[in-house]
Write a protein that binds this ligand. Sequence first.
Ligand code: SF4
Length: 322
Amino acid sequence: MEKVLDIQNLHATFSIQKKDYEVLHDISFSVNRNETVCVVGESGCGKSVTTLCIMQLLPNNGKIKSGSIYLDGTDLTKLSKKEVRKFRGKKMGMIFQEPMTALNPLLTIGYQMRENIINHRGVAKKDADKMAIEYLEKVGIANPDKRLKQYPFQLSGGLRQRVLIAMVLSAQPSLLIADEPTTALDVTIQKQVLSLLNDLKKDMNAGILFITHDLGVVAEIADRVVVLYAGRKVEEGTTKQIFKNPQHPYTIGLMNAVPNVDLDEFVIQPIPGTFPNITEHIDGCRFNPRCPRAHECAKCFVSAPQMIEVEPGHFVSCHLHG
Ligand code: SF4
């Protein structure tokens, strides 16, 4: 399988009052062409920081300390800002939770699509117009001619998200990064957008990195899953491995926190305790204050666990395994 994205031993920090705090610790994973990898975890686990590192859009107080991010074989951490700008949009496209943050409210959909296609594909205006219509059709938008003349505010949230997907795809990126793209949509539209991404994955010849906190979405769209907790990767496996045989106590906690509609009553078991602040120091495993099994191993309070492979392609970082 061809890797389009390959993150190796990524460490990133945020500086707060002149002190550096680690927000990503030794993160490694990859995304293959025609594959969807979901990164899951609670707010603050490092999902969005990971995408900002890939896009090289960390805020001023953020820094990649070490590690590599290969996109189509090029290490993005070694590129200048100007070179990264060329990659962004062309080789990697991003779909945000709220499409209005990416669409200009003052310009028509047609103008924005045409400019994007001309910039990234280097075609003439007439061809760019034709391609804009093709891509709107591809994402299931009826009457594309009419839509091209409209402004973003004239479209519903679901339609805006489809326009943004069409715009991103029209640059033919190798990697599509979708950061909680369906969270702001209602459930039926959410389903349509997920099934659209599933269909597009097959024919767009790109990899999809999908960021979400919603395990229902993961089950629908992911081929593989990466679970993050407090800036660390705690488990990785195929969707089947993670859902049928979760190994890390945090992943098991996430599963138990999803309402089970098969039972007569809703049973939700929230993960106890609160998510650690990045400034908080915790000896040993960072999950130990909330882990129901921490008492089973003295090492939990002394040293951070290493990542081990528990079955082919299924990795877990927990002292109970190893
Ligand atoms: Fe829990 Fe210990 Fe495993 Fe951490 S290493 S998840 S504290 S059992």
